[in-house]
Design a protein around this ligand. Structure first.
Ligand SMILES: Nc1ncnc2c1ncn2[C@@H]1O[C@H](COP(=O)(O)OP(=O)(O)O)[C@@H](O)[C@H]1O
Ligand SMILES: [Mg+2]
Length: 314
């Protein structure tokens, strides 16, 4: 769906982005991580032509983006950033309606769309539509920023550290909601962050950048297990990689059938991660958990040995 082919961007003599190639499939959640100044934002902004690339070609659905009219880019690509970019003297409704207005939608259609988006992002319309950005909490403003990016129903969403300024709890809530939204709406997302836990939680494809280049890309588990060099290994968590991998694997992956000797007392949901299971074991000082289904019915058990993936007999 989105393809960057040998893309470079020079500002004067310095290359901010240096010969990167990247393919993002339709419906994929692609997360770009890397140290500050490595070219993440520049890469994102070349996709919607806020920045023109110096060399190479960028294609959307096999068409070079240089052949797109500005209106087509606006309609197809939503963009959300950390500072939200909301206009302070405009109401929430007017901010969200920005792109539809530029696309000259009739007023009734814009109003209906704003209402729909406020509901989608968990902000009740009657309360929020008339507020100004200064009257919103950080989390609410960020939701409005995402609603605005979705306004013209683009199939591509570019997000540059959209949750960077939020407290950890609000941030995690919005991450979960964004992931659900993406599954439901089937958007193709390119998301920039420097927070590895956020990246691992969200990514179908993880792209690690360093000094303007892509060092490695692939499924998060592949990068965790087979980093190509020490830089990628340390970016992905160094000594913490075991815990980060456990956070990506569901309990059901390692659970065994219900034992004959009765069910362990401490319970864990089958959809929980191995990391959560480990935490419960440490906290409750137990070596076995009962795995339960949505109805809280035990369906298996998870021993410490199985959790760590130890080989051989129990
Ligand atoms: N408009 C610009 N003019 C000159 N240099 C720029 C400009 N935008 C970015 N750069 C430089 O390009 C490099 C990459 O920047 P950026 O893409 O913003 O990094 P990141 O988002 O990964 O922190 C940095 O060295 C930055 O200083
Ligand atoms: Mg940046």
């Amino acid at each position: 769906m989105i393809e960057l082919i040998h893309i470079s961007k020079r500002f004067g003599d310095t290359a901010a982005v240096d010969d990167i190639s990247l393919k993002v499939e339709s419906g994929e959640f692609c997360v770009v991580v890397g140290t500050s100044g490595c070219g993440k934002s520049t890469t994102l902004r070349m996709i919607n032509r806020l920045i023109e690339h110096s060399d190479g070609e960028i294609h959307i659905d096999s068409q070079p983006i240089r052949s797109f009219r500005e209106e087509q880019l606006r309609r197809r690509i939503g963009y959300a950033i950390q500072s939200t970019g909301l206009f302070p003297h405009w109401t929430v409704a007017r901010n969200i309606g920005l792109v539809p207005r530029l696309l000259k939608w009739p007023k009734a259609r814009i109003d209906a769309r704003v209402e729909e988006l406020l509901t989608l992002l968990g902000l009740s319309g009657s309360e929020f539509a008339g507020k100004y950005p200064s009257q919103l909490s950080g989390g609410q403003a960020q939701r409005v920023g995402v609603a605005r990016a979705l306004a013209a129903n683009p199939d591509i969403l570019l997000m540059d550290e959209p949750f960077g300024a939020l407290d950890p709890i609000t941030r995690e809530t919005l991450q979960i909601e964004l992931r659900q939204l993406q599954t439901r709406l089937g958007k193709t997302i390119v998301f920039v962050t420097h927070d590895m836990d956020e990246a691992l939680r969200l990514a179908d494809r993880l792209v690690v950048m360093h000094e303007g280049r892509i060092v490695q890309q692939g499924h998060p588990l592949t990068l965790l297990r087979e980093p190509v060099n020490d830089f990628v290994a340390s970016m992905l968590g160094g000594e913490d990689r075991g815990l980060k991998e456990a956070a990506l694997l569901p309990v059901s992956e390692r659970m065994s059938p219900l034992g004959v000797g009765g069910v362990a007392r401490e319970r864990i949901d089958q959809g929980a991660s191995l990391r959560e299971a480990l935490s419960i074991m440490l906290w409750r000082r137990v070596e076995c958990l009962a795995v339960v289904d949505d109805g809280d019915i035990p369906i298996g058990e998870l021993s410490f040995r199985r959790l760590v993936g130890a080989r051989g007999h129990e």
